[in-house]
Write a protein that binds this ligand. Structure first.
Ligand SMILES: Nc1ncnc2c1ncn2[C@@H]1O[C@H](COP(=O)(O)OP(=O)(O)OP(=O)(O)O)[C@@H](O)[C@H]1O
Ligand SMILES: [Mg+2]
Length: 247
């Protein structure tokens, strides 16, 4: 796929030349006993601080597998992976969880909010485990919810919010531990076009503030708003295009 990115006066910062993600010759094989699936083969991927990367590709091509590896939810079968200068290969499960909590903010298609607590409590949740004081948790949750336009929804539970609002709570939660990188797997998959576009605008704003984001999407219109588009097919990177993002 060749996507030509149009330049725009509202284009955001250029990458800062500091690799946050450094993957070399990564392979991932799922062994379910009967069959082995080689979900990723020989992946070389460097992502720099300040990039907004869209990962695209057909269903089953390995996008979520790649996201799970980048986000330290899983480990590669072989290859080298450094996240923020830390070697991730060969660490224990506990160490992996620690790296993940400190460095990665996740956003999922199904929002993954806890249904019985408020928006503010959902955003506070990662901070509960992250050693943040009660006062700071409270203040930060309110600041982040305001940042995503939910300043008037602190005490609403997920069931009292629209899909787009739930995804904004999830974005605020992903930012709570001030991660090095934000990973989103089909974040607009359950939203209508307009709410999906609003979510992408929030990602674009976060990127302009200097954050690093990796977004998996099936939607070419959303991918075109990234500063870089990486395409995966059958477990390998088949195209990697940088351009100036559109706002
Ligand atoms: N836990 C697992 N065990 C065994 N095989 C798996 C597992 N997870 C994924 N796979 C296989 O690995 C391949 C890549 O799957 P993956 O979920 O990464 O694809 P994807 O690009 O995210 O697809 P989609 O766009 O449908 O979400 C597929 O063939 C899938 O069947
Ligand atoms: Mg997937």
């Amino acid at each position: 796929m060749t996507v030509v990115l149009e330049s725009s006066p509202a284009a955001g910062p250029v990458p800062q030349g500091e690799a946050i993600i450094r993957m070399e010759n990564i392979r991932k094989v799922y062994d379910t006993g009967k069959v082995k699936v080689e979900a990723l083969k020989e992946i070389d991927l460097h992502i720099e601080k300040g990039e907004l990367v869209a990962i695209v590709g057909p269903s089953g091509s390995g996008k979520s597998t790649l996201m799970n590896l980048i986000g330290c939810l899983d480990t590669p079968t072989s290859g080298r992976y450094e996240l923020g200068g830390e070697n991730v290969a060969g660490v224990t499960r506990d160490q992996l969880a620690d790296i993940r909590n400190r460095r990665v903010g996740f956003i999922f298609q199904n929002f993954n909010l806890l249904p019985h607590i408020t928006s503010a409590e959902n955003v506070e949740m990662p901070m509960l485990f992250g050693g943040v004081s009660v006062r700071e948790r409270h203040d930060r949750a309110r600041r982040l919810l305001s940042l995503v336009g939910l300043g008037d929804r602190f005490d609403h539970k997920p069931t009292e919010l629209s899909g787009g609002q739930m995804q904004r709570v999830a974005i605020a939660r992903a930012l709570a531990m001030e991660p090095d990188i934000i990973l989103a797997d089909e974040p607009t998959g359950n939203l209508d076009t307009s709410s999906g576009s609003d979510i992408m605008s929030i990602f674009s704003d976060l990127w302009k503030q200097g954050r690093t984001l990796v977004i998996i999407t099936h939607d070419p219109a959303l991918a075109r708003r990234a500063s870089r588009i990486v395409e995966i097919r059958d477990g390998t990177i088949t195209s990697d295009e940088r351009g100036e993002a559109r706002s």
